[in-house]
Design a protein around this ligand. Structure first.
Ligand SMILES: [Zn+2]
Length: 86
């Protein structure tokens, strides 16, 4: 009986939350797992993770990946390079 889902801990307030209440976000240039309240109070940028349905709908996981890279503060140099080789 896997009734209880794994709980996650908010890196900011240290509270325990259900998995779906914790979001990955960028606060002060670092990626943290934070509860939704803390994201708001810290003005964090939420890293959106597409659900399976969204992936199927969009059929363009590439774009999401690109956004994640940007959000993570990586330059798109790697993207320019890969575009050239295509
Ligand atoms: Zn919190």
């Amino acid at each position: 009986m896997a009734y209880e889902k794994e709980q996650k801990i908010c890196d900011i307030c240290g509270g325990k939350f259900r998995e779906d209440e914790i979001v990955e976000c960028i606060v002060e240039n670092s990626i943290v797992n934070s509860c939704k309240k803390c994201v708001e109070s810290e003005n964090g940028i939420i890293i959106t993770r597409p659900t399976k349905e969204q992936l199927e709908e969009a059929e363009r996981p590439y774009t999401v990946h690109e956004r994640l890279l940007k959000m993570a503060g990586l330059d798109n140099n790697t993207y320019k390079n890969s575009n050239k080789s295509i």
